[in-house]
Design a protein around this ligand. Structure first.
Ligand code: BEZ
Length: 249
């Protein structure tokens, strides 16, 4: 999907801001070689660099990489499902990125290859039941208008059990994965969220420009009773999957 750093900062600045817990779990140390998988605009990559680690960010989005490089960060274009690195990182970190990668087995194998023996893998992404209300409302509205809600790639929201099985098969040890419900305030409401995170999805579902406003109005109306409070503030029903794992020595 096409990312726009300005739009992302406006409607989704909470993504890196709420990445703090995962970052604390990573606990980057001075001098460590760390890969930030799905670094986006580099907001969290910069925090890893501030800790004194040598961090490399990777992301498939050229505009987001450009934003990361403007912060003075090292950032390379790469598909997380085809990581090209061998035994060179003390740790791999990832925030809010894995759910965009359908081939989770390939991601796990690439991260495993990229780590030095004994290296750690720490991160967080959308987990099972993530944004269930939003997804259901979108499906209902798209279906009602004859568009296919399943035409796009969609996201992958694993259970801890599925995550553990995939990572065990890739060779990881000491895997701990859990789901954390995290109601997330949306500073620009559901409309801002849909603009940033669902434009590509609506393209893939074949929704023409002229029908977008109707779809968005109807999704907003369906969700308002459950996700908008009496003061008019919106909260999304995020569920995070947070994990730590280790490559055996
Ligand atoms: C997430 O971080 O869970 C997420 C972000 C954008 C779209 C869908 C999910």
């Amino acid at each position: 999907m096409g990312w726009n750093p300005q739009d992302y900062a406006e409607n989704a600045g909470f993504v890196p801001a709420l990445g703090n817990a995962a970052l604390m779990l990573l606990a980057p140390q001075p001098g460590e070689e760390i890969l930030d998988l799905g670094c986006g605009d580099g907001a969290l990559t910069a925090r890893i660099a501030e800790a004194g680690a040598h961090v490399l960010g990777v992301d498939p989005s050229a505009p987001m990489l450009e934003a990361a490089r403007k912060l003075g960060l090292r950032a390379e274009q790469a598909d997380g499902q085809k990581l090209p690195y061998g035994s060179r990182f003390d740790a791999v970190f990832s925030n809010a990125a894995l759910h965009w990668m359908p081939d989770q087995r390939a991601v796990a194998e690439g991260v495993f290859r990229a780590l030095k023996p004994g290296g750690r893998y720490v991160g967080e992404c959308g987990g099972h039941m993530n944004i269930a209300a939003i997804r259901t409302a979108l499906r209902a509205v798209l279906g009602r208008h004859g568009f296919s809600p399943d035409s796009g790639g969609g996201q992958t929201y694993l259970t801890p059990e599925a995550f553990t099985a995939i990572h065990e098969a890739a060779g990881f040890a000491d895997i701990e994965a859990r789901l954390i419900p995290r109601p997330t305030p949306l500073p620009t409401g559901i409309r801002g969220w849909l603009k940033t995170f669902r434009a590509g999805f609506l393209d893939e579902a074949g929704v023409p420009e002229a029908a977008r406003a109707i779809v968005i109005d109807e999704v907003e109306a369906l969700l308002a009773p459950s996700l908008r409070d009496s003061a008019g503030h919106w909260t999304a029903d995020y569920v995070r999957l947070r994990w730590t794992a280790r490559k055996p020595r």
